[in-house]
Write a protein of this length. Sequence first.
Length: 340
Amino acid sequence: MEKLTKLLDEAEIQFKQCKDRNNLIIAKNIFTKKHLAPLYNQLKTLPPNKKQSFGMELNNFKEKINSVFEKYAQKIESLTNVDTHRPPFDLSINSTNLTKGTLSPINLMANKVIDFFRKLNFTVVGGNEVTSVKYNFDNLNVPKDHPGRQTSESLYINENTMLRAHTTAGTAEQILLHNKSRDLRVLTVGNVYRNDDDDLSHSHQFFQIDIIWVKDNLTVGNLKWLMTALLQHLYGKKVKIRYRMSFFPFTEPSIEGDIECPICHGKGCSLCKKSGWLEILGAGMLHKEVLKKASVSCKTAIAAGIGIDRLAMIKYGINDIRYLYTNDFRFSTQFKEGEK
């Protein structure tokens, strides 16, 4: 014990001389290797009846070394903060140049949609923006020769991994994980990516939601009711909606939903490409092959994908989707009241 006490005093002297943390760590490592390691080697040679007491003394000694190290480490840190980390101004002074922030139109609209589906007991998930070809295409009944699989349409990391082209990829993963549920309701939310040229109504990245409701005896009537209820929740009872027959590999039958253009009100303009309508959703009854690949026991399911960007453009009268991503403060501050 007398020897250990002397060694501890020696450690105190050596640590005290260190001017920064790196030198302190080096001093501790040298001291430990020189004085503590031989004592542990000595412990191995002791008879069994003496190992316990000697081992306890060594552990106590090691803790004291660490304590001395921490003491001087804290001292060095405090001196460093005083000397070099003190700001050149008074942090307590009230700022006069900070402007109140606001949610973007995309977030405002996404929150409205999420609130709607949560009231219907849908589970909200984000999913992975980097996904597999399996979830993005294979499990969604997308054939190998489909144009969407081409590099001219989708963004690949390698032949099996890609940036998700739709949030339906996250939905495909969810129904596989919860395929035993008799009433599965999932809302997948987040960014998706396409190899697309940006224009007034298209972007290489955009915000999308995808809903899936797996339950026996669901029909197209349930799907149209759900989509109509959502759009009326967002835009009021007088909103003009039309549904058209369409085709998607993962739904059968498939429909698309349009809303009257908010800029020209049906007369035709550059935003709606003179049609008077903006396409905002694709939906349908989930294809039997998709249910089969997910080993789902239910016979029916409804699904829909909706571009939040388009919903926001219609809600707030925005005539160029690119405004949503330019981070122009003059544009963003127009939507402060939109949170209410």
